[in-house]
Design a protein. Structure first.
Length: 266
C-alpha cells in the first residue's frame, strides 16, 4: 500500500486535487527493514526517518528530501516484494471503479490512511500501481522534478495502455495537469513540461520472468550508473542489464528498479 506519504509537521500541504493524474509517490514493500535500509543507503546514498504508520515503515531521504516510502510488511501481509508507483486522484473510490470498469482489478482498498485514501490496483495486463487521494507534502514539486527521474510502464501495447490510464486519470481531460504525447514507439507523459512517465510496448503477458511481464519500473536519478551497479552487487543485489545511461537492478530482497543518469530525467 501507500507506505507513509511524508507529511512533515508544520508544512503547508498540497492536495492531489491540484495534480490529478500525475505520479505522486513511489513505495517499496520489503521483508527485512534493516537489510533494505543498508542496501539503499549504500547504493543510492539514502538516509532514513521513521514512518507515521509504525515500526516497519520508513521514509527514505536524499539530501533531506523525501524520496520514497519503505514498508517491511511483505511477509506479514503476504505481499510481493516490489516497487510501486502511486498516482494522484481526486477520488480513490471513483478511480478504483474506473479501473474495474475497464478490465483492471483491485488488490487492496480503497482504504483510509489519514490524511487520505489509497488503493493498490492492476491494469488489464496485470501491471500493478497505486492511487492516492489526499494531501501531499509541500516539497512535492522537488520530488516530482528530481526524485525519482520518472516511471516507465513496460506493457504489451503502449497505445492501448495509454488509453486505459488516460481514461482513469483524465490525462486528456479539461484542466488535467498532464500532457500525453506519442513519440516514436513510446507514449510520454509530462507534467508542467517535465517527463514523469513513459509507456513502451514489448512486454509479454504470459512470460515466466516478472521482468518481462507488464510492470511499472521505477527509475531513480543518479550521478554514476556504473558505480551504483557495482555497489548493488557488493551488497547482495544483482544487475539485470546495463547500458551507458541506465542499469536495471534487483535489490537484496528481489525488488527490481532502475538507476538512470540524472540528465535523462530532465
Amino acid at each position: 500500500m501507500n507506505h507513509d506519504m511524508p507529511f512533515p509537521a508544520g508544512e503547508s500541504l498540497l492536495s492531489t486535487h491540484s495534480v490529478f493524474g500525475a505520479p505522486c509517490w513511489v513505495s517499496l514493500t520489503s521483508r527485512d527493514l534493516k537489510a533494505t535500509e543498508e542496501f539503499y543507503s549504500a547504493v543510492l546514498g539514502w538516509q532514513w526517518r521513521p514512518g507515521k504508520l509504525g515500526e516497519p515503515f520508513r521514509i527514505a531521504l536524499a539530501d533531506g528530501v523525501p524520496v520514497a516510502g519503505i514498508a517491511a510488511v511483505a511477509a506479514m501481509w503476504q505481499m510481493a516484494v516490489a516497487w510501486t508507483p502511486y498516482f494522484a486522484v481526486r477520488s480513490a473510490d471513483e478511480a478504483a471503479s474506473r479501473v474495474q470498469e475497464r478490465g483492471g482489478t483491485s488488490a487492496v482498498g480503497p482504504i483510509s490512511l489519514p490524511p487520505g485514501r489509497a488503493a493498490l490496483l492492476a491494469d488489464r495486463d496485470g501491471a500493478t500501481f497505486g492511487i492516492w487521494e489526499g494531501e501531499l507534502f509541500s516539497d512535492w514539486e522537488t520530488w516530482r522534478t528530481s526524485r525519482p527521474a520518472f516511471i516507465r510502464l513496460h506493457t504489451r501495447d503502449a497505445f492501448d495502455a495509454a488509453i486505459f490510464y488516460g481514461e482513469i486519470f483524465d490525462w486528456a481531460g479539461p484542466g488535467g495537469c498532464c500532457e500525453v504525447r506519442y513519440e516514436g514507439d513510446e507514449v510520454v507523459l509530462r507534467s508542467q513540461g517535465d517527463v514523469v512517465a513513459r509507456i513502451e510496448s514489448g512486454a509479454l503477458g504470459a512470460a515466466p520472468d516478472p521482468a518481462i511481464r507488464p510492470h511499472w519500473q521505477v527509475h531513480f536519478a543518479v550521478e554514476d550508473v556504473a558505480a551504483c551497479a557495482r555497489t548493488a552487487e557488493r551488497h547482495g543485489g544483482s544487475v539485470l542489464s546495463v547500458s551507458g545511461d541506465e542499469a536495471v537492478l534487483r535489490d537484496a530482497d528481489g525488488a527490481q528498479f532502475t538507476v538512470t543518469a540524472r540528465r535523462l530525467g530532465s
